[in-house]
Design a protein around this ligand. Structure first.
Ligand code: ATP
Length: 264
């Protein structure tokens, strides 16, 4: 699904938290929204999900999302929030099955196909052995994976992932991003994620959108956006931009030179 935002402004209580965002995310591509704390990244994702009121145009395959029926929107858009409300007493399987709800006929129970999708997603996110456990008994990273499993089980054409790797160790973070990337490549799923880890963002996203104080300040390929001068200006951070063997940018903090070395 192709997502297009034209001059989108969104916020809370009439005060914009993000404004003037125009971007096209072609079907099967990945946009990472980056920027410092409070820049408006989550607000932008919420406005695409229809959870925060917005002005401007948000379209999916040319259809205005706000005019879509709730059920159609739920089938088309999967949203994994940064801090989801978790029904603690549910088992992992029952929770992930909730992701199938938009695909069920009214009052129908889930069928073998729904269970097969859930089983597959649980296996891919290394959750199979936890399938019967109550959510309240999971570790932070296990819960985060359950939340992502639920949204992946939804099989939506557009995935909105707010900081999906928070709390995940390097192996599980990589497995998750690889899985999302496979859905993108094989099913043409369109992905919009926020990611604080700029090095990971550079490895997976086709394009980056840098927000600062609610305003888009840079957009382009990872090489175009991840420049030490832009990061200094908008994050107030001193970094070096290195390169992986595969040619992806790597952003590492570098101590500002004003500090003298220890022991001198
Ligand atoms: N429910 C809310 N009501 C009022 N203001 C809010 C609400 N949620 C967020 N804000 C404000 O909107 C601005 C943007 O917040 P947002 O959560 O979109 O930032 P972010 O870029 O995702 O930040 P972070 O990196 O810290 O998660 C912030 O100034 C924040 O305080």
């Amino acid at each position: 699904m192709t997502l297009e935002l034209r001059d989108v402004t969104a916020g809370y209580g009439g005060r914009p938290a993000v404004s003037g965002v125009s971007v096209e995310v072609p079907a099967g591509s990945w946009l990472a929204v980056i920027g410092p704390n409070g820049a408006g990244k989550s607000t932008l994702l919420k406005s695409i999900a229809g959870l925060v009121p917005s002005q401007g145009a948000i379209t999916l395959n040319g259809l205005t999302t706000s005019s879509m029926a709730a059920r159609d929107r739920a089938r088309a858009i999967g949203y994994a929030p940064q801090t989801p409300l978790i029904p603690e007493g549910l088992s992992v399987t029952d929770y992930v099955l909730l992701g199938r709800t938009p695909h069920l006929a009214t009052l129908a129970r889930e069928g073998p196909r729904d269970l097969a999708v859930v089983t597959q997603v649980l296996a891919r996110l290394d959750l199979a052995s936890l399938a019967g456990r109550r959510l309240r008994t999971l570790s932070g990273g296990e819960r985060q994976r359950a939340v992502l499993a639920r949204v992946l089980a939804q099989q939506a054409g557009l995935l909105l992932l707010d900081e999906p790797t928070t709390g995940l160790d390097i192996g599980h973070a990589q497995a998750l991003l690889e899985l999302v990337d496979r859905l993108r490549a094989e099913d043409g799923t369109t992905v919009v994620s926020t990611l604080h880890d700029l090095t990971l963002a550079a490895q997976y996203a086709d394009r980056l959108l840098l927000l600062d104080a609610g305003t888009p300040v840079a957009a382009g390929t990872p090489h175009e956006v991840l420049r030490a001068d832009l990061i200094a200006q908008h994050y107030d951070a001193t970094v070096e931009v290195l390169s992986t063997g595969q040619g992806h940018p790597v952003v590492v903090p570098a101590r500002p030179v004003t500090h003298s070395a220890h022991g001198e």
